[in-house]
Design a protein around this ligand. Structure first.
Ligand SMILES: Nc1ncnc2c1ncn2[C@@H]1O[C@H](COP(=O)(O)OP(=O)(O)OP(=O)(O)O)[C@@H](O)[C@H]1O
Ligand SMILES: [Mg+2]
Length: 242
């Protein structure tokens, strides 16, 4: 009998630790449902592990790739203590409320991506959403996801800014503001910059929608100005609104 080297043992333990943190029971159940439905074959590797969500590259049975965004169910120390609330009927509502909010964000992102697709805004195509899991077009080539704007800077200079502003305007005309737009939420595909992370997008009726629009546009203009690509903020805001 061969004994596995210690280092490997450790790595294996670490892997399971990460996996069990990433996939809680409910998420695992959803993923296995998606596999049974034939929408997924394998979840391949994490593209990004963040505070609110993890994004994975996954494969479909036909060999094509998808991006799987999994909104994290347990966030913050309070929710990690969830097990202490189990079976106590006085607190089941709190637990459900937390889950419901997270599912609402996943659903909202899916719906916002649908609006983007219809309006021909550069963003990943939405495929499916169930619970806290969102399937969308994988923006990448072969094994690698495309980089975000903050990592590489604009690929086509002013044309990239122009494309982003047109997309912000199109989104606004659909009655939506991204509300978390910056160079971190833009992926650079070779043809154009793609807007991602639309879970917190708000409708124009939201009391802060104008403030969020101003912040989004300020972020974008400020970023491009670093590369000597300058636009006037006020004129750009007027152009978007009219
Ligand atoms: N469709 C996609 N194709 C390829 N990569 C993607 C896709 N969607 C997201 N990513 C990658 O995953 C990262 C995180 O995605 P996103 O911005 O949607 O999550 P997030 O809400 O910011 O997560 P957190 O706030 O927890 O970091 C992105 O910066 C990008 O690198
Ligand atoms: Mg993001």
């Amino acid at each position: 009998m061969t004994k596995r080297p210690l280092k490997e043992d450790y790595q294996l333990k670490e892997r399971f630790k990460t996996e069990s943190e990433v996939f809680d029971k409910r998420t695992l159940l959803i993923l296995s449902k998606l596999i049974k439905k034939g929408m997924l074959k394998t979840v391949d590797y994490p593209i990004s592990t963040g505070k609110e969500a993890n994004v994975f590259r996954a494969s479909r049975p036909d060999g094509s790739f998808v991006a799987v965004k999994i909104y994290k169910i347990e966030t913050g120390p309070f929710f990690r203590k969830e097990e202490y609330l189990e079976a106590d009927p006085r607190f089941t509502r709190i637990k459900h409320k937390n889950y419901d909010i997270i599912v609402t964000f996943a659903r909202k992102e899916f719906k916002n991506l649908e609006i983007c697709e219809k309006a021909r805004i550069h963003s990943p195509k939405p495929y499916y959403q169930i619970g806290n899991v969102l399937l969308m077009e994988f923006l990448g080539e072969g094994e690698l996801p495309y980089p975000t704007l903050n990592v590489v800077g604009p690929l086509h200079g002013e044309a990239d800014l122009e494309s982003l502003l047109i997309d912000i305007k199109k989104l606004y005309k659909q009655g939506l503001v991204h509300a978390d737009l910056s160079e971190y939420n833009v992926i650079l595909k070779s043809d154009a910059p793609y807007i991602i992370d639309l879970g917190q997008g708000v409708i124009l009726a939201h009391p802060s929608s104008e403030k969020f629009l101003l912040r989004d546009v300020t972020n974008v203009l400020h970023y491009f100005a670093k590369f000597g690509i300058k636009r006037n903020l006020e004129e750009t805001m007027n152009w978007i609104r009219h």
